[in-house]
Design a binder for this molecule. Sequence first.
Ligand code: FE2
Ligand code: FE2
Length: 275
Amino acid sequence: MSAKEDGLKIGSARHKQLLCRFFTDSFVKIDAGNTPWPELSSESVARLKSLPVWEEAVKTEATTAHLVQTFGREIRDADLSEAITMNGFEEGRHALLLENLTRRYGIDVPHFEPEATDDAEWGFLKVGYGECFDSFFGFGLFALARDSGFFPPDLVKIFDPIMQEEARHIIFHANWVAYTRAQKPSLEKIDFAFREGMALYVQTMSRAKTALRFKNDNAQDNFTMAAHSSFGDISARRFLEVCLAENARRLAAYDPRLLRPDFMPKLARAALAVM
Ligand SMILES: [Fe+2]
Ligand SMILES: [Fe+2]
């Protein structure tokens, strides 16, 4: 049943209840400290090392964990605080898993300590948009790596639930943004909408910078070679199609009355239309 069929008003108290319930009900227990890391062949380890994402991923997960946990502690609404604290806990275990994986397979990544923030709402707003970008492409890349054997099945088993958690996080964020904006008095609504725009802009720029750095980096050559031998030739069109399909598949698992983040799917569909 859609929100319209259910008569659900986005921004209402019932919207908030459904949002928090969806999130806490879909929590999955994962013992991140005791992961059964598989023994990998030297080729598999070399392929993992060729991925130019580890440093960025470790930084992003550590920063996200810190900012989401901070906001979970500071937000005054008890239901939202419970869900956001759980979200922050999950981000903490993402950071731990990544740290352990890089250590286990000898991937050299410097330790990263996130900076403190004095504006927790801004931090949460910003990391949520970053997750919408990263998840959209991450879902597609993960599917390609899984289906081509680039990732060994034992690693896929460990990381699939983590990808699924990101699907929950971006649904939560899209609905929290809509709920929070609706709850603000008129003047503050304008201010909040401006902050939304700024957060989206900051994250778009940061991803564009990362892409440019990657383009000019030697790491790209190693990765391109390793990826080419596993994925074969994959066009930009095919990649976007996989991202769209995986995004739809992962988000479909949850309450259809809740909003879905639509910025990246819309952008991808627009790109496909002119390709
Ligand atoms: Fe995460
Ligand atoms: Fe997340």
